[in-house]
Design a protein around this ligand. Structure first.
Ligand code: CO
Length: 276
């Protein structure tokens, strides 16, 4: 636990630490994580932008396979502290305020008092307005649905209580009038069979699949879109649906990048004491 400012702390040194789960898929990483970091850098030109990934497994793959070094949130905060930064805002790019997000908060608590100004932004799905905006953004970036067609989003899912965000987002789509948009998860609730049971009475012909994830990485490419026997595409086709995967990570959508900037703005406002 850090309890005091570093002796080198300089008032003009300010940084934004962008934290994401990470991905070892370079192509989607450039379009999503890099692009969001660039968008944040444009919105906050006076700040140094740093990166951390929460997945130690991905950090290891990148180091061993690509010689690419990425910090954990703890390593990144330690460096910022030792380099004498005095103002630090951490903006996670997680979708829900789940276990990855809360692990990040725990690390942030260890370093909070090492900076004269410090704040942490929320994950993407935080306020009711966030849910509405995410629905509308998906409707802009997905094919317009003809009768007999549906859009099914693949969220990650979690054992954390924040998993409730996924059925809440499904509800929000319906409440906004998008009756044929459905949300499922790979590792949480609802899973594909549960969503399929709810879709069955609608007798869809065709189902578009999109990841409800920052990146179109391992889960999107393998568990959602591949021809493997247990992919969502394969399982839907086995039930007689035409299935068309769309491999766009949410981080590619400019409006999602802007929503993260909005969350960063909110974290900045807390830092400045506007909401105190
Ligand atoms: Co996973």
């Amino acid at each position: 636990m850090i309890t005091t400012l570093h002796p080198n702390a300089a008032p003009e040194m300010q940084a934004i630490l962008v934290v994401s789960f990470g991905t070892s898929y370079a192509e989607t990483r450039a379009k999503t994580i890099d692009a969001t970091e660039t968008r944040i850098a444009e919105a906050y030109p006076g700040y140094d932008i740093r990166r951390a990934f929460t997945s130690k497994m991905i950090i290891k793959v990148l180091r061993d396979r690509d010689g690419m070094m990425v910090d954990t949130p703890e390593e990144a905060l330690k460096k910022l502290y030792e380099e004498g930064y005095s103002k630090v805002i951490v903006q996670p790019l997680h979708i829900i305020n789940g276990s990855e997000y809360h692990d990040t908060l725990v690390v942030c608590e260890k370093y909070r008092r090492g900076f004269s100004q410090f704040s942490v932004g929320t994950a993407l799905l935080n306020s009711t307005e966030d849910y509405r905006q995410v629905c509308e953004i998906f409707m802009k970036h997905s094919p317009s649905l003809n009768p007999g067609e549906a859009l099914l989003l693949m969220g990650h899912g979690s054992v954390h209580s924040a998993n409730a965000a996924y059925p809440a987002l499904d509800y929000t789509f319906k409440q906004l009038g998008y009756a044929d948009v459905h949300v499922g998860t790979v590792e949480g609730y609802p899973e594909l069979p549960e969503v399929m049971a709810l879709m069955a009475p609608k007798q869809y012909r065709k189902i578009y699949l999109m990841p409800l994830m920052l990146v179109a990485g391992d889960h999107a490419q393998n568990d959602m879109a591949s021809d493997e026997e247990d992919s969502w595409k394969t399982l839907l086709e086995a039930e007689g649906y035409a299935a068309e995967p769309i491999l766009i990570g949410m981080g590619e959508m400019p409006e999602i990048q802007d929503l993260y900037v909005t969350h960063l703005d909110q974290a900045m406002a807390r830092l400045a004491g506007v909401n105190d």
